[in-house]
Design a binder for this molecule. Structure first.
Ligand code: NAP
Length: 309
């Protein structure tokens, strides 16, 4: 039995080394080296080459090395009816919360505008906002959204969240389902998207939804580019309905050179770096699931095939 690492970035060797260090007995291969395909029972994937998993006829589990699994569902040639697992990791959740909080404070205190002013040697003190001035609304109160919600409450923000099922998190106003969305949006000043990308959430950050936010709101999308209709965000910014947006994820990554987001004065861009799986922290759960698979035990962190997340 063997595990193959399938990804198209430069991190294969890092993952292989971490797995071999944690479990020297494990047979681990990179998709880039010659390897016995028939021995592969588990594929550890991150944005693998679509269609590449079908060469493993004995595959029993597809393990995402991140929290998201949308790229697996989008691979129409990936073997069907296999369990898909994902990463649930406190470090990943903590990193996301820190990134979003950094964006929120940069917005409150005009830090992005001051950087822009600096490039023009423009001395221009601006009015700043305070924690008490804002309600932060989080789309998705799952593993990442709930940690962010608690951290924001801890520093004193009013926080509310929206999810599929009703949640109960101390000091967080919880909304759920289609019926709860409008009331949630109407009272949100900073909207953070932390939904998984599924057929139900694709394009959810559109004209209609943005239009239901109060005038002068701010958008933070750290989930997936596919949640956002780019043109409709640009229109909301250019008509001053939204004050700005911070985007970490895009339809096309890296973001295309000619994309209007690059030069838009109200858009803050980061290169899909809000929260990145830490190999040291994540490898133990991959090894455990590999051993569970070998011994016929239940796998952890299985994705629901019906929900797609
Ligand atoms: P998760 O634990 O599965 O949580 C997803 C949340 O979204 C849940 O609260 C779920 O509601 C809610 N939800 C899903 N579909 C919904 C719908 N149609 N309507 C209302 N609520 C819905 O996921 P997670 O681990 O927090 O991760 C969220 C996403 O963050 C990932 O899928 C990934 O795309 C993104 N991410 C981005 C980065 C980055 O660096 N930018 C890093 C890691 C992850 P229920 O709880 O009721 O099911």
């Amino acid at each position: 039995m063997a595990l193959v690492i399938c990804r198209q970035d430069t991190k294969i060797e890092q993952w292989k080394k971490a797995l071999k260090t944690a479990a020297p007995d494990m047979e681990v291969y990179s998709c880039l080296e010659d390897h016995p395909k028939e021995k592969v029972k588990m594929a550890l994937v991150w944005k693998h080459r679509p269609g590449s998993l079908k060469q493993y006829s004995n595959l029993e589990c597809i393990a995402s090395s991140g929290a998201g699994v949308d790229f697996i569902f989008e691979d129409s040639e990936a073997p069907k009816n296999l369990p898909i697992t994902r990463v649930i990791d406190p470090i990943l959740a903590g990193d996301m919360a820190e990134h979003v909080m950094a964006l929120v404070f940069a917005y409150l205190k005009n830090l992005n505008q001051y950087k822009l002013d600096q490039t023009q040697k423009n001395w221009n003190p601006r009015a700043y906002a305070r924690i008490k001035d804002f309600t932060i609304g989080i789309l998705g109160l799952g593993t990442l959204g709930s940690v962010l919600a608690k951290d924001l409450v801890h520093v004193g923000f009013r926080v509310q969240g929206w999810s599929q099922s009703q949640k109960s998190i101390r000091s967080v106003k919880a909304f759920c389902g289609k019926t709860g969305l409008d009331a949630f949006l109407a009272t949100t000043d900073i909207l953070v998207c932390l939904l998984p990308l599924t057929p139900n959430t694709k394009g959810i950050l559109n004209k209609e939804l943005l239009g239901k936010l109060p005038k002068g709101s701010y958008l933070i999308n750290v989930a997936r580019g596919g949640h956002l209709i780019d043109k409709e965000l640009l229109a909301a910014l250019d008509t001053n309905h939204l004050k700005g947006a911070a985007l970490d994820v895009f339809h096309e990554e890296p973001l295309g050179e000619g994309h209007p987001f690059w030069s838009h004065p109200k858009v803050h861009i980061s290169p899909h770096c809000a929260s990145v799986s830490d190999t040291d922290s994540v490898v133990p759960q991959i090894v455990e699931n590999y051993r569970n698979l070998m011994s016929g035990k239940l796998l952890q962190n299985i994705v629901s095939m019906d929900r797609g997340y």
